[in-house]
Design a protein around this ligand. Structure first.
Ligand SMILES: Cc1cc2nc3c(=O)[nH]c(=O)nc-3n(C[C@H](O)[C@H](O)[C@H](O)COP(=O)(O)OP(=O)(O)OC[C@H]3O[C@@H](n4cnc5c(N)ncnc54)[C@H](O)[C@@H]3O)c2cc1C
Length: 398
């Protein structure tokens, strides 16, 4: 039975973002309902057969790279704490190729500027090719589908499959949220929006500059290569999971058809062969375009950083407050009004698996007004507010 004070949250989207939010809510004893449009979870971006987990690093520390490194550490802690290694097929070890002097310089600096210890990442040689690499010993190839499903198992939300959120609004009487699907109406205390690339169907999110990006991967029988760990070289060839390796990924933000493109498969194969010619003795008789391919879509924000935070209510913005007048006497401050109990987790780009756990924890903390243990610049760098502020400075708010 629900106690009088028990709060309820609706989480929209059964991908890795929605799963991570459900888990964060479970850890705070919030009753959770999951809405997923498809018949099961992890069928869209989080439905790829294999993905890689490692942090994004820049030469000098930035809010973005610091977030990514902290997210990677958070991922590893949770992975160990929840014993996910016993539940999710995975292979440890990522070799990130440093086959130019500029790459070597960037990442050797990154190790120092981020104070990364050698047990997390170190410079060494990839054993087969003898090329310089940055080696993440705890980086992983994993099955995103298994990971997402296991998180949902652990979080145990009330699952509503084939249930699409069509609209939501705040009930002015009590501040709760009324959320409608075709068959049901839910009244909840909190709403978490994690719809992936389908975000733009929600009118309250259309102002956020995020794009749908098409991605194509090739599934290769594991026996074709002998690499024990995943190798990243701009594209990537993963370690073996469930008798497969994944060669990926080609990305395109302009042409979004769902059908696989043969020329992209051939280009991925050609790229691998040029970068790592010693991986196979004989490359030519392989009919790579006959292998399985998968197309899926991710979201990418304008600055390629995730979008995580309380949702601004743009319909209440006071657009008469001009940035140009800010420093004048009695100039009014620009205030951002929010939907106080609505959060967004999106724009996970091509590192959703590494970033989702940590991003969800930050988001749930913010919506529940709990203390954040993070430096403020990191939290600010994630908020959707940044796009509004940019538009305000450029006088682009109507
Ligand atoms: C080709 C490719 C390769 C990638 N490789 C990697 C990798 O190696 N490592 C890595 O970290 N990341 C990788 N990524 C990125 C990663 O897959 C994504 O960042 C991540 O899966 C996004 O998760 P999500 O939960 O935001 O979105 P999704 O997994 O797309 O989930 C969104 C869910 O919301 C549901 N939904 C949408 N609208 C509604 C609605 N109105 N009502 C109810 N449900 C709704 C959808 O059906 C879907 O299930 C890759 C992405 C692609 C495309």
């Amino acid at each position: 039975m629900t106690s009088v004070s028990q709060k309820t949250a609706l989480v929209v989207g059964g991908g890795i973002a929605g799963a991570s939010i459900c888990l964060s809510l479970k850890r705070r004893n919030i009753q959770t309902i999951l809405l997923e449009k498809e018949p099961s979870v992890a069928t869209k971006a989080s439905g790829n057969p294999i993905g890689v987990v490692y942090p994004f690093l820049t030469k000098h520390k930035t809010a973005e790279s610091e977030f990514s490194y902290l997210a990677f550490q958070y991922f590893l802690n949770l992975w160990n704490q929840l014993k996910l290694g016993e539940l999710v097929p995975h292979v440890n070890g990522i070799h990130f190729l440093l086959d130019s002097s500029s790459l070597y310089e960037r990442y050797s600096h990154a190790l120092l500027s981020h104070k990364i210890p050698p047990e997390v990442a170190r410079l060494e040689r990839e054993p087969q090719s003898q090329i310089d690499v940055l080696y993440f010993s705890q980086g992983k190839a994993i099955s995103p589908v298994s990971l997402t499903k296991e998180l949902f198992q652990l979080a145990n939300p009330l699952e509503k499959m084939q249930s699409e959120l069509l609209s939501w609004q705040v009930d002015e009487a009590d501040g709760k949220l009324i959320c409608k699907t075709i068959n049901e109406t839910f009244k909840v205390d909190y709403l978490f929006l994690a719809q992936g690339y389908q975000f733009s169907k929600d009118p309250s999110l259309q102002w956020i500059p995020m794009k749908q990006v098409r991605g194509q991967i090739v599934e290769i029988p594991a026996t074709f290569f002998q690499n024990q760990t995943s190798i990243l070289y701009g594209d990537y060839l993963t370690a073996e999971i469930n008798n497969k390796r994944v060669l990926g990924a080609s990305f395109d933000e302009f042409h979004l058809e769902e059908k696989p493109r043969e020329e992209e498969t051939l280009a991925l194969w050609d790229g691998l062969r040029k970068k790592l010619p010693t991986l196979r003795e004989e490359w030519d008789p392989v009919r790579i375009h006959e292998f399985g391919t998968r197309v899926s879509f991710r979201t990418q924000s304008q600055d390629r950083h995730p979008v995580v935070g309380k949702l601004p209510n743009v319909s209440l913005l006071d657009t008469t407050v001009k940035y140009q007048n800010l420093f004048r006497k009695n100039g009014k401050q620009f205030q951002i009004p929010y939907y106080e109990s609505v959060g967004i987790l999106n724009g996970l780009g091509s590192r959703g698996l590494t970033h989702a756990f940590f991003a969800a924890e930050i988001l749930v903390n913010e919506i529940l007004n709990q203390k954040q243990e993070l430096p403020e610049p990191i939290i600010q760098s994630l908020k959707p507010d940044r796009f509004l502020l940019r538009m305000w400075k450029r006088d682009q708010l109507i």
